[in-house]
Write a protein of this length. Structure first.
Length: 236
């Protein structure tokens, strides 16, 4: 508990943080309840058709349209409720002492009110870094291009006349669609791998139900400027 309090004290009082935590706790509770329910149904005396139909009626845990899951039992419900209350209470009650002077706080507030600026800390030494969103984006793209053995650019594509062709003028919607398709493909590959391992090792189907992933979220990459490697007086 003390470790958790130290972790959340840094950002306590942030309404957006509290909202995000509440949303994530609700999603976690729904996921746990649905997985427990599907596991229970999958190991009952029902036939394969009934189990398959259950999985079809369960909306694959796609937010925001998630059907309310059946109760997971009194003890499990109480445990999840207590865990949720503990986390939220810890965040609300954490005492925060700012390490900024009043003048610095006003300056940071003024910067945040300006559009087009990216505010962050640097890598390693924790310097205060302010740049335009364009400069931050250009630095990130440059990092990706210089590490082609790690990152690979995925061009947006579409289906036309039975063929996959590149999109000439991709929009933000196009990129989001591409990311969604890629996420679904990776998710399907992971679920197939889990099923193959279970069959190879002779594991029960309930293990597959517990390990299968739904409504996955792709990780987000953030880049930090290495100010300690930039010579003094050089404009990056």
């Amino acid at each position: 508990k003390q470790w958790y309090q130290r972790r959340v004290a840094i950002t306590a009082g942030d309404d957006q943080l509290l909202h995000n935590v509440q949303v994530n706790l609700s999603r976690a509770a729904y996921n746990i309840k649905w997985k427990l329910h599907m596991d229970k149904e999958g190991t009952s005396n029902r036939d394969e058709t009934a189990t398959s139909q259950l999985k079809k009626t369960c909306p694959n845990l796609q937010t925001p349209f998630i059907a309310t899951p059946p109760t997971a039992g009194v003890s499990m419900d109480v445990m999840m409720k207590n865990t949720s209350e503990f986390i939220l209470t810890t965040i609300k009650e954490a005492k925060v002492t700012s390490n900024l002077t009043r003048s610095q706080q006003n300056g940071l507030k003024s910067l945040r009110q300006k559009e087009g600026l990216h505010i962050a800390v640097s890598d390693k030494c924790g310097d205060f870094v302010v740049s335009t969103n364009k400069a931050y984006k250009d630095l990130t793209i440059a990092h990706l291009k210089t590490n082609r053995d790690v990152y690979r650019w995925i061009e947006p594509t579409r289906r036309a006349e039975g063929k996959t062709v590149p999109v000439k003028e991709p929009t933000e919607i196009t990129y989001k669609s591409q990311l969604t398709n890629k996420r679904d493909h990776i998710e399907e590959q992971c679920n197939v791998l889990i099923q193959d391992i279970a069959q190879l090792r002779g594991l029960e189907k309930r293990f597959c139900n517990l390990l299968r992933t739904h409504n996955s979220t792709l990780p987000t990459m953030y880049t930090l400027v290495k100010t300690h490697k930039v010579p003094e007086g050089v404009d990056i």
